[in-house]
Design a protein around this ligand. Structure first.
Ligand code: IPM
Ligand code: MG
Length: 370
């Protein structure tokens, strides 16, 4: 199979973890007889520095002509105070999601057995591992609320000064299409689906709940559906995560809960994501940020980036066997005790603590062994 991949490494640790992601993809290509053509492009702060915009036209052109987008991470203190539309987040990442209609964000939160002791919960609460799939709506809600009013100076009566408004908007079709994605995933798993909202306070959540109930009853009566308010869901995730299988939720709740889920699994450096459009086009990125504090030191964990590559193989190219091979190699590397600093414990022998590139090479080596 021949595929063209837009490679957008971004800022901070992005380039160093991306290098390892590509190393593993190269190994897959060699072992399974595929050709992956990489088209590198600047995105985020580095693109702003060079071209004056975090998402330059030539980057968009490369993405338009690619079969998938492989993304690292963007942002950093250097670009935080730019006008909103030029920041890496609001000028590049969110527009990429919008331009390509990447409404379905799949964020698996899985504990790899050998890492159970790195997890933040007592191991009896995680007996038998953990395997949750968070399905986050990614192109709606408060992130993309129309008529966003950033700040208005009021000058009436006693109220004076600035205020800011962010609209949280959801329409019925937007809720239905993400519910469908969650239901399809749920049907392949335990058929247990939890929809998370704040229907006791928000109108958008009341609509969310009504639409999810109707959609599931009508189309997937086999699915056992339950609902949770987001505050309770945070508590439940932190205390009894094993009650969850597939979670479906709106954009901002999914953002917050997926960081929480990553902490439960041991490290944010382990969690990949896939952002998919209705046609199946996708962007694949780790859920963590650009970690400028450790950039360039060879300390970053590349596994979330590598696992995002595995999701690309599976969801964008239909290469399930290849994707499984990557996951298996990672499992074997971890079982043999290899760790990056973030997932090492006091008991990890020094010679098993690997740098960013050491970990990427180890996964590639195990791939060719198995
Ligand atoms: C994520 C990130 C982004 C988000 C930021 C960088 C805009 O936190 O992908 O979870 O909030 O969606
Ligand atoms: Mg986030």
């Amino acid at each position: 199979m021949k595929k063209c991949i837009a490679v957008l490494a971004g800022d901070g640790i992005g380039p160093e973890i991306m290098k390892e992601g590509l190393k593993v993809l190269d190994t897959i290509a060699k072992s399974f007889g595929h050709t992956f053509e990489y088209k590198e492009a600047l995105v985020g702060g580095c693109a702003y520095d060079k071209h004056g915009h975090p998402l330059p036209d030539e980057t968009k052109a490369i993405c338009n002509n690619a079969d998938a987008i492989y993304f690292g991470a963007v942002g950093g203190p250097k670009w935080e105070n730019l006008p909103a539309e030029l920041t890496p987040e609001r000028g590049a990442l969110l527009p990429l999601r919008a331009i390509y209609g990447l409404f379905a964000n799949l964020r698996p939160a899985v504990i790899f057995g050998p890492l159970a002791d790195a997890a933040s919960l007592k191991s009896e609460r995680l007996k038998g591992g953990l395997d949750i799939l968070i399905v986050r709506e990614l192109t709606g809600g408060v992130y993309f609320g129309k008529n966003k009013v950033k700040s208005i100076a009021l000058n009436e009566g006693s109220v004076q000064g600035e205020y800011a408004v962010d609209y949280m908007i959801y329409s019925v079709p937007e809720i239905q299409r993400i519910t469908k994605v969650a239901c399809e995933a749920s049907m392949k798993r335990s058929k247990k689906l939890t929809s998370i909202d704040k229907a006791n306070v928000l109108e958008s959540s009341k609509l969310w709940r009504k639409v999810v109930v109707d959609y599931v009853q009508k189309n997937y009566p086999q699915i056992q559906l339950n609902h949770m308010y987001v505050d309770n869901a945070a508590m439940q995730l932190a205390t009894n995560p094993k009650q969850f299988d597939v979670i479906v939720t709106e954009n901002m709740f999914g953002d917050i809960l997926s960081d929480l889920a990553s902490a439960i699994t041991g490290s944010i450096g382990m969690l990949p994501s896939a952002s998919l459009s209705e046609t199946g086009f996708g962007l694949f990125e780790p859920i963590h940020g650009s970690a400028p504090d450790i950039a360039g030191q060879g300390k970053a964990n590349p596994l979330a980036q590598i696992l995002s590559g595995a999701m690309m193989l599976k969801y964008a190219f239909g290469l399930g066997k290849e994707s499984d091979a990557v996951e298996k190699a990672i499992m074997a590397v971890l079982e043999d005790g290899y760790r990056t600093g973030d997932i090492a414990s006091a008991a990890t022998p020094k010679d098993k603590i690997l740098s960013t590139s050491g970990m990427g090479s180890k996964v590639a080596e195990y791939l060719t062994k198995t």
